[in-house]
Ligand binder design. Sequence first.
Ligand code: P53
Length: 485
Amino acid sequence: MGFPQNFLWGGATAANQYEGGYLAGGKGLSTLDAITGGSKDQPRMITFKTKEGEVQQVTRESSLPEGAVGYVDPEQYYPSHVATDFYHHYKEDIALFAEMGFNCFRFSISWARVCPKGLKEINEEGLAFYDRVIDELLKYNIEPVVTINHFDIPMYLADTYDGWSDRNVIDYFLFFCETIFKRYKGKVKYWMTFNEINFLRSWTQIGIHNSTPQSKFQAAHHLFVASAKAVELGHSINPENQIGMMVAYIPSYPMTSKPEDVWAAIEYNRQQEFYMDVQVKGYYPEHQLKKYEREGITIHKEAGDDDWIAKGTVDFIGFSYYMSTASTADPENAKYVGGNQVPAVKNPYLNESEWGWAIDPLGLRISLVQMYERYHVPLFIVENGFGAVDELTVAGTVEDDYRIDYFAKHIQCMKEAVELDGVDLIGYTPWGCIDLVSAGTGEMKKRYGFIYVDMDDQGNGTLKRYKKKSFDWYKEVIRSNGEKL
Ligand code: P53
């Protein structure tokens, strides 16, 4: 009963939201280094220089003019540049993770730190940083779980190649993969290729200037081929490697039993299932091909691409789960929540976080069951958590009972999926186990951690770490292997 003995308990982070050191040790610029902070109501902006040399901004989902290049404007504040400075605090932070009892830790390797331009040139100092991190983790018997690419691309590849719209980027990515697979052979076993591959934010995430369904889905095809080849390569370098995909899973329920609402939910859910179908089953689902046909989207494939996709299927599904949503055939009568990040239809049966994310613990069991029964591969919850405003007390802690409540209910549902539904779940890494920059809004104010970091939305703070109330609570959850919630 309960969770398996070797269950992986830990926490999750990403380079661009946590490391800082954006130019330290020879790191190149990443697209996300040119994106400003924002808020619930105000979107993060990309800063760039036009061909004519003019500095301009657009929202993250927009297109950039042809020939525009990413630009770090000294007048603007960019939260990734310091973030919460794992770069200089890794020893202290990993010691805290070990104190909580983590037996795994998820982080991403910054492509631009290892290959500053994204080309086939290695920055040894960048690798040396990850050597130190990985060795520090192994010192405490913490299993590293690596996201190879989390939401960004070296800026040079975006500027010069138009990112993933260019097939050559596949090869550059594989060079990066080969470098880290070889370097960390025998040290890192769990990998994921692309974080939340189903989001595809144009310039920041995949480096493309022109944001259209045609350009995005062509880039997605290149990501699929790259991921499949990376899986093959990773297995050939070390057959023990477990290489997963990573998807943002936001299940949608029909708003009513009206068949049209059920249909709307099916269509919504396809937006995430499509990516899993390709990466887990190894082929494009028919409905997606029909959609391309209807919408006049033509995917340029090379001979062998379909075989690669069929061969390079993943070993497990890593996914983020924060919320569910609802689907309706009458959108004009629906209420929307979720602000500028992932607008969602309000489900009248659920409450939301301050950022409009619907709190739905049972939705996690529903997700686990839906995915397991559809794909029958091991599942790994690599993100889950509650973004909230935390107040540091004079005693130097945070009384975050709301977070404990969120986690207790979600872990209970995940336990039921394992115990009662027989889902093969291998691990759980709550998001932002230590406070870091929000991906959606660029804020520090939206905190997820068990550990508070003194840093604000303008970049002021001592970066000192404090244990929240949830720190000791999670420690006890891990110690009891999920029995004491
Ligand atoms: P933030 C939106 C919806 C679901 C997952 O998100 C998301 C997002 C963010 O745009 O992203 C994942 O920081 C992502 C992390 C991110 C985390 O969820 O917007 O993999 O990088 O920080 C939480 O609250």
